[in-house]
Design a protein around this ligand. Structure first.
Ligand code: NCD
Length: 302
């Protein structure tokens, strides 16, 4: 039987998602034993820049006692023409049990998982998926509100090119959030509407009603044609600033997966907003990744 991997959030049933969030919450409150993954070898295979995701995986792996090897971009033999399948066979032959991978190509972790006799964790593939980011976003909502079902959540900005958005859409729908996608047609085509997801072009009309706003960075590196209106048009319609946050409810929060671009999707005023939760999100990245490692390696029992 193929070992379980986490390639996107549709790999998990709703009950598993909830159990994983509970486990991460308990790891946040009471750090787990360093024996949890004692003797388990984990390789971090990143082909794309990463600050938050790479570091928090590394910290999480150390905290659960795994043996950790980091292969930075350019240092694997994939650049010498070795196939993904042969890389997988090679790493498994050394006893590597888990590969955490980030790659600019959508689908890369899926191809790796097909040939690797171990667990693959997708740390971001192209514009496709970023399941552990979505999990830590879900944990942030769960910790803030004690529930996700029925929460009114707005995902704002460059939905089309965002792997964070795509994984969050899966997770938020599975857990019953009331989700609205917000952005201009160039970054949020009407074709992205599906069951359980609404589209809104007017951010100002929606803000007073939401419990949480998730801002997204404009993914310039993934925008192939001139789809962006102009940055000043974008800012006028969608940038969060002091005036806009003042229209939000008392309890509402603002989230951002990072890296944020000051002056583009938000102004510096937002950092002073009482509901700005970026630091909390980053902090939850460690317990959520410990929980994912434990779930895959040691099994799904809560
Ligand atoms: C995101 C990513 O790399 O997908 N960042 C992250 O992992 N926290 C989002 C982005 O690059 O905009």
């Amino acid at each position: 039987m193929r070992r379980r991997s986490l390639l996107d959030l549709d790999d998990l049933h709703g009950d598993e998602l909830r159990a994983l969030l509970d486990r991460a919450r308990s790891f946040h409150e009471h750090p787990p034993s360093r024996d949890l993954l004692r003797g388990v070898c984990v390789v971090n295979l990143f082909f794309e820049a990463s600050t938050r995701t790479f570091t928090s995986f590394a910290i999480a792996e150390e905290r659960v006692g795994a043996d950790v090897v980091a292969l930075p971009p350019g240092s694997s033999s994939l650049g010498k023409g070795e196939t993904i399948a042969d890389t997988a066979i090679t790493l498994a032959a050394m006893g590597v049990r888990v590969i955490v991978t980030r790659h600019p190509e959508s689908g890369f972790p899926y191809r790796l998982a097909e040939s690797f006799d171990g667990h693959v964790i997708n740390a971001g593939d192209g514009r496709h998926a970023h399941p552990t980011q979505a999990l830590l976003d879900l944990l942030t909502l769960q910790m803030e509100f004690g529930r996700i079902e029925g929460l009114r959540v707005a995902l704002v900005g460059d939905i089309l090119h965002s792997r964070v958005a795509r994984s969050n859409i899966l997770g938020l729908r599975a857990l019953g959030a009331d989700l609205t996608l917000v952005g201009p047609p160039t970054l949020l085509p009407a074709a992205m509407v599906r069951e359980g997801v609404k589209i809104e072009r007017d951010l100002d009309a929606l803000l007073p009603a939401v419990d949480a706003v998730m801002l997204l960075r404009i993914q310039h590196e993934r925008i192939v044609s001139a789809v962006l209106p102009s940055l000043s048009d974008y800012a006028r319609g969608y940038r969060l600033d002091a005036r806009r946050v003042a229209t939000m409810q008392e309890h509402a929060i603002v989230m951002h997966p990072g890296p944020y671009n000051r002056g583009v999707e938000l102004t510096d005023d937002v950092f002073a907003y009482r509901g700005w939760r970026y630091a909390e999100q980053v902090g939850y990245g460690v317990p959520i990744r410990m929980a994912v490692l434990d779930f895959l390696v040691n099994g799904s029992a809560a």
